[in-house]
Design a protein around this ligand. Structure first.
Ligand SMILES: Nc1ncnc2c1ncn2[C@@H]1O[C@H](COP(=O)(O)OP(=O)(O)OP(=O)(O)O)[C@@H](O)[C@H]1O
Length: 303
């Protein structure tokens, strides 16, 4: 960890819809908070359309640049901002204002707004790994298989929150057929059916479910966590655990630790993934690589 010079000029990237949270007074609150401490706050509002290119252009046009950029939203917003900052080499701050806020929880960032804002002037900086999944940046988690389908259904529906995930998972499970995967890493090969395949740079999944307890965000490695097919009698318990609590004890999980991997789904030219909570289709095989310590993040200071 290294100390950071004072952050004077800050950009806040606001997602107006994340977490179904009313943000009508957020801008004024942040502006006043920063002004009281001699910081200058500027704002960029996401639109849901081509935000990555718009943010990249904004960062290019505002030179000399920002001392830090805060993502004010959920995991999708954090991933968007992180993707732009990796190239610009600017530290990332997070105001967790989404439904899941997985990466901010893994990083120990306060979930309460005022405490998270304190990172503007009291912080330390840690460089964390990021992932490249196919042609897409990933800060936290990606997966193929069952959960990618659930995320896709969740994003196209109009109900949010953990209860909606559990409901969609139960509905989709009844007709779900696990796919066959061939996964070649720099250390081993796995071939077989899997219910889902999670590419994890971190520990938790969704809202607090520890899927990958041994990983660290700066160890230069990632894990592929497989849930192998399980009998119908175990389904209710497994799905409930997966979307609500600690999943690690399951006898149906397997982990491959690696630096790079190729994930193939033989017989399929395209595969559905979710990357940091956003569903998308990608050609197979999918290459996954780690970019060691490629993103600087603002964290609470050491006690
Ligand atoms: N102005 C906007 N109008 C509609 N959609 C938007 C807008 N800005 C961003 N989005 C969409 O918001 C989504 C990202 O939301 P985000 O992940 O930050 O919040 P969340 O889904 O509520 O939380 P979490 O991912 O933590 O569960 C993206 O799909 C993005 O396209």
């Amino acid at each position: 960890m290294t100390a950071l010079p004072v952050l004077h000029r800050l950009l806040f990237v606001l997602n107006p819809i994340s977490g179904d949270i009313d943000k009508s007074s957020l801008e004024a609150t942040v502006e006043a908070f920063c002004a009281e401490r001699g910081r200058r706050a500027e704002f960029f509002h996401t639109s849901g359309e081509d935000d990555l290119n718009k943010l990249r252009n904004h960062l290019r046009q505002h030179q000399p640049g920002y001392d830090a950029v805060f993502a004010a939203g959920g995991d999708g917003t954090v991933s968007l901002v992180a993707s732009a900052l990796v190239e610009a080499d600017i530290p990332l701050g997070i105001l967790p204002l989404g439904s899941g806020n997985g990466l901010s929880k893994d990083l120990g960032i306060p979930q309460e707004q005022e405490a998270a804002l304190r990172l503007v002037w009291e912080h330390q900086v840690r460089a964390i790994d990021t992932l490249q999944v196919g042609n897409t940046f990933c800060a936290h988690l990606a997966d193929l298989g069952f959960n990618a389908l659930v995320v896709e259904r969740f994003c196209s529906g109009d109900t949010r929150g953990p209860a909606a995930y559990v409901r969609i998972a139960m509905q989709e499970y009844l007709s779900y057929e696990p796919a066959h995967y061939r996964i070649v890493t720099d250390r081993e090969t796995y071939e077989g059916a899997a219910f889902m395949v999670t590419v994890a740079n971190a520990n938790t999944f969704g809202s607090n479910v520890v899927i990958n307890p041994d990983s660290r965000l700066d160890d230069g490695e990632f894990e592929i966590c497989l849930i192998e097919p399980f009998p119908g009698t175990a389904a209710l318990g497994i799905l409930y655990q997966l979307y609500t609590e600690d999943f690690d004890a399951s006898i149906y999980t397997k982990r491959l630790r690696c630096r790079q991997a190729t994930i193939d789904v033989p017989g399929q030219r395209q595969v559905l993934l979710q990357i940091d909570g956003e569903p998308l289709e990608m050609p197979t095989p999918v290459q996954v690589t780690i970019q060691p310590q490629s993103l600087r993040v603002l964290l609470p200071p050491l006690a």
